[in-house]
Structure formats: C-alpha cells, structure tokens
Design a protein around this ligand. Structure first.
Ligand SMILES: C[S@@+](CC[C@H](N)C(=O)[O-])C[C@H]1O[C@@H](n2cnc3c(N)ncnc32)[C@H](O)[C@@H]1O
Length: 286
C-alpha cells in the first residue's frame, strides 16, 4: 500500500500543463493543429497507470478485424501504446499517431518491434495513404475519439482501409470516478467536495456509441459491436495514479492527500475495478 509521500513528491513547481477538467472532458474539441495537452507527468502517469488491452482481447480484436500478417495498422491517439503494443504481434507494423510528444516518448521507450511513432493528429489521416503506399488493414482508436471531430475522423479513417479492413473504436468505461463500487463513490465524493460535480464520461456511454454506429453505417461500413468485461483488484497507488492520468494536473495535485486518505478506509478490503471494453468494428466491404 503506498503512502501519500509517493504522491506528495510530485508537489512543487507547476510541471504539467493544465488540462481539461473531468467535468468537461468528452465535449471539448481540440483546435486543428498539433496541440500538446497530455504532456509532462501526465504522460508518465499514463505509461504507469493505464492498462494495455489484455493480450487475449488484442488477439480477439485482431481476429474480429481480420488482420493479416502483412497489414499496417494505424493507432490514432495512441497515447503510450495501450493498443499499439498488444496489437503489433498481429500485423506487419503499427503506426502510432499522437499530438503529444511526451506520449510518443513513452511509447518509443517500450521498444515494441514494428511500432512506429508519428507526431500528428486526425488531420494527418488523408496524407497517410501516400506515406504507407497502400491501404491499411485497420485504423484503431482507443479512448481518444472524443478529442476529435468524430464524423470527419471516421470518414477519413474509412478512406484508408483496404477492402475487408476495418476501423475499430475502443472505449473502456465507466471512468473510475463514475463507477458504483463503494471505493469509487468515495473517490467521486472526494473530488466533488473540492471542486464540484464530476460528470465527464469521455463518451463511453450508449448514446455516443449509437451516434458512432450511425456515422459508420452512413459511410457504408458493415458494423458490429462487441464488449468484454474484466475485473481488477486495485490498490491506493493505482487508483490515485490512474486518476492523475485522467484529470487536470493542478486539481489532481491538490486532491492527492484527500484521495489517499479517503481510500485508506478501504485498506484490508479488496477494491475491485470493473472495466467494460466496448469495441465498435466497422468493415469496409468493397
Ligand atoms: C485517453 S488517451 C488514449 C490512449 C490510448 N489510445 C488508450 O487506448 O488508452 C487519449 C490520447 O488521444 C490523444 N489525442 C488528443 N487529441 C487528439 C487528436 N486530435 N488526434 C489524435 N490524438 C489525439 C492524446 O494526446 C492522448 O494520448
């Protein structure tokens, strides 16, 4: 069990660019150009406290997409490689694209063979066919589409696919602060006590899925939805670190001691995090 000292070490100079608070994440759209917003210690927290898609799910995803050994896969909004790394054994190469250099530094440090990093965003998609020299087997987007113009991104992704290729939009929810386990209610109460309602769901909800299904169908793609459930026993270190990867850095630093204190009440009882992974798969048929 970590002590709060592990987190208070991060106090001090403002080392992370302030980011969108939890209450409004999921509705903010970034401006057109490359705009770092996940830098500094946030990327370090991502690398440490964001799980890769489990190998068994990555294998299932590759099968559902119909990935071929010679396929190139584009991972848009790749972060520190939560999809790129587990998917790369299933294809020839993964091109991880992200506008935040610090994320790409962390991904490169993982030294996954056949994963290439590209600083960019969804506006670079149309240029990729000339870079790759051929259509791609898949475009995957994990927990990132809500940062983009969704319809334009799905359209540009679909245009890159080979016949039989697919785009896959992966979301994992509910966000930790919206879960219903007692320790998650304590997390939410603690955050709300210091700064008001915490409601952002990063578009992990049904209505976002329905909207995305409608867009994909409108593009003539053959869609299906798959979901997987997983449970993880977590500890205070994981919970506090994971929250730091997801929330405004200043707000997180201010809340670390309170969060740690609130979670100590669950010391000795297993804290179980239930994660539902939803995958929208949309195949190009012709
Ligand atoms: C929540 S992380 C997701 C990381 C990883 N894909 C996963 O499945 O956990 C969101 C990522 O999207 C990136 N991002 C934000 N705006 C973006 C945009 N307009 N185009 C591409 N990526 C973007 C961020 O830099 C961040 O790395």
């Amino acid at each position: 069990m970590p002590s709060s000292a592990a987190f208070t070490r991060r106090r001090g100079p403002r080392f992370v660019r302030p980011r969108t608070p939890l209450s409004s994440r999921g509705v903010v759209r970034q401006a057109g150009g490359v705009q770092p917003d996940f830098g500094g210690t946030t990327a370090q927290l991502y690398a440490k406290y964001r799980r890769d898609l489990p190998a068994v799910q990555a294998s299932a995803l590759a099968g559902l997409i119909g990935l071929r050994p010679d396929d190139v896969v584009v991972d848009l909004g790749c972060g520190t490689g939560q999809l790129a790394v587990p998917l790369h054994p299933h294809c020839a190469a993964v091109l991880g694209i992200d506008p935040e250099p610090a994320m790409l530094v962390q991904l490169r440090a993982r030294a996954a063979p056949r994963v290439l990093c590209l600083l960019g965003d969804e506006h670079d998609l149309p240029r990729l066919s000339s870079v790759c020299g051929r259509p791609v087997g898949a475009v995957v987007i994990g927990n990132a589409l809500h940062w983009m113009d969704e319809a334009a991104t799905l359209e540009a992704s679909a245009a890159l696919l080979r016949p039989g290729g697919a785009l896959a939009v992966i979301t994992q929810g509910p966000p930790m602060w919206l879960g219903t386990a007692p320790w998650q209610l304590a997390v939410r109460q603690t955050l709300e006590a210091s700064s008001g309602p915490v409601s952002g769901n990063c578009r992990t909800d049904e209505s976002a899925l329905d909207e995305r299904l409608g867009i994909a169908r409108g593009l003539g793609l053959d869609v299906q939805v798959v979901s997987w459930q997983a449970e993880y026993v977590v500890d205070v270190d994981w919970v506090v670190g994971h929250l730091g990867s997801a929330m405004n850095a200043d707000r997180w630093v201010a809340a670390v001691d309170d969060l740690t204190g609130a979670l100590q009440a669950f010391d000795g009882h297993p804290m179980v995090e239930r994660v539902s992974t939803t995958v929208l798969i949309a195949h190009r048929t012709g």
